[in-house]
Design a binder for this molecule. Structure first.
Ligand code: SF4
Ligand code: SF4
Length: 319
């Protein structure tokens, strides 16, 4: 469902009101989906001007209607404009050593130009100034945060601080004690983009033959006692012509079920979605319904990304 301009004037989108994103191009912005909401540019991690963030936020919120009209991700916020964040996205990471065909991250040469910085002092400032507290969800976004030298330090710091909700996106090539501990402490979800139920399709999508390495790491995370079942989540992004069929979805489900997982995440390649969103092919609708049905038969919770949710809601509205 799309919200019209009038509805949106009544309620600011939660992503503008309650999020902050440290992005890979050295910008800091509010909305994780569109880059219009820049509050700081050319950031190098040295001094975080929180007054500037607050002023820019107010300006952006007062002038956002054009950018937000008809945005698929709009989520009304019922909170008043304030500095407390619901979500802090850490997406200032560079390499991930994978070549997912659907990746919309900047190219490596652009990332090298942007230069990497340690985001840890900025997190401390946000805590000291009251932007981040224990309830703020911390999202280690794509690429792979775990390959960076400061990753373990930040994760242990967050656990000591008492952060209750952490999401870590990783292709799981590197096993991290910090991640294992966060799973055991029941504070982090680890989202692993497998996109397939077999090595052949995995390699076609990732452009890299590391299925066995990823499975080795995943099995180590799963070797702990509960609550790993709800803390390790496989993600499947539907890619046109490669894994967009029920057989691959089924293989992915069977693999997940046999490993003892309880939660899955289904998404769709953004380019593919933009091509079909105004006329969704029947076979794609069938895949969405198939995945819903099969998850309930197998006692697996399936979550849809905002894009997939739009497809699912359009199917429900037809009925
Ligand atoms: S409506 Fe869309 S563009 Fe605007 S803040 Fe929300 S997610 Fe971002
Ligand atoms: S793991 Fe994420 S960042 Fe890395 S190539 Fe795949 S989609 Fe891109």
């Amino acid at each position: 469902m799309f919200f019209n301009k009038q509805n949106r004037k009544k309620s600011v989108c939660t992503y503008l009101n309650n999020s902050l994103v440290f992005d890979s191009n050295n910008e800091i912005h509010l909305c994780p989906y569109k880059k219009f909401s820049k509050v700081i540019e050319n950031y190098n991690g040295i001094w975080l001007d929180t007054d500037k963030i607050e002023k820019s936020k107010e300006n952006i919120i007062n002038n956002c209607s054009n950018e937000c009209v008809n945005c698929n991700y709009y989520k009304p916020s019922n909170k008043k404009l304030g500095k407390k964040l619901e979500c802090l996205y850490l997406a200032n990471w560079h390499y991930c050593y994978v070549n997912c065909s659907y990746c919309d991250m900047p190219k490596e040469e652009d990332l090298i130009k942007a230069k990497h910085y340690d985001v840890m002092p900025s997190i401390q400032t946000l805590i000291d100034k009251g932007f981040v507290d224990k309830k703020t969800k911390i999202i280690f976004d794509c690429g792979d945060a775990t390959v960076h030298p400061e990753f373990d330090k930040i994760l242990f710091f967050l656990m000591n601080f008492g952060t209750e909700d952490i999401a870590i996106n990783t292709p799981a090539f590197r096993y991290c004690e910090s991640v294992a501990q966060a799973i055991a402490n029941n504070v982090a979800e680890v989202i692993i983009p497998l996109d397939a139920g077999c090595p052949y399709i995995y390699e076609k999508i990732k452009g890299i033959n590391k299925y066995d390495v990823a499975m080795g790491t995943i099995k180590r995370y799963l070797s702990f006692e509960e609550p790993y079942q709800i803390r390790v989540i496989f993600k499947f992004t539907i890619v046109r012509g490669i894994n967009d069929n029920q057989k691959e979805i089924l293989d992915w489900y069977i693999l997940s079920r046999d490993l003892g997982l309880k939660k899955l995440l289904l998404d769709i390649d953004i380019k593919f979605f933009n091509e079909i969103k105004n006329s969704i092919p029947q076979y794609l609708k069938d895949i969405v319904i198939f995945s819903k049905n099969i998850s309930s038969y197998n006692n697996l919770e399936i979550k849809f990304s905002p894009r997939l949710d739009i497809i699912y809601k359009s199917i429900k509205n037809q009925r």
